[in-house]
Write a protein that binds this ligand. Sequence first.
Ligand SMILES: [Zn+2]
Length: 95
Amino acid sequence: MKFCPKCGGIMLPREEDEKKYLVCMKCGYKMRLEVEDKNKYKLSYEVSSEKKVVTAKASQAARGGITPEEREMLQEYYEILLEELAEEESESSAD
Ligand SMILES: [Zn+2]
C-alpha cells in the first residue's frame, strides 16, 4: 500500500505515455516514477546517505511544496516505490 506524502491518502499507480505515476485518491497529488530515477536514486543511496541525496529528494519534492517532515517521509517512500518499480520491470503482469 502506498500513501500520499501530503495528505496520507492512498496512492494508486497509473501509467501515462509509458511513464509510471502515483496519484493520490484524496488530493490528487501526483508523483512520477521513471526507470532512470530508480537507478539514479538507488545509486545515490548506496554511495551516500548524506546531503546530496537529501538535496535530490528535496528538488523532486519541491514541486509538491511539501514540508521537511514530509520530505523525510518521501525518502522512505521512494525507497519502497523504487523497489516495487524494479519488480514491476521484471514482471510483465502485476496483480
Ligand atoms: Zn494526497
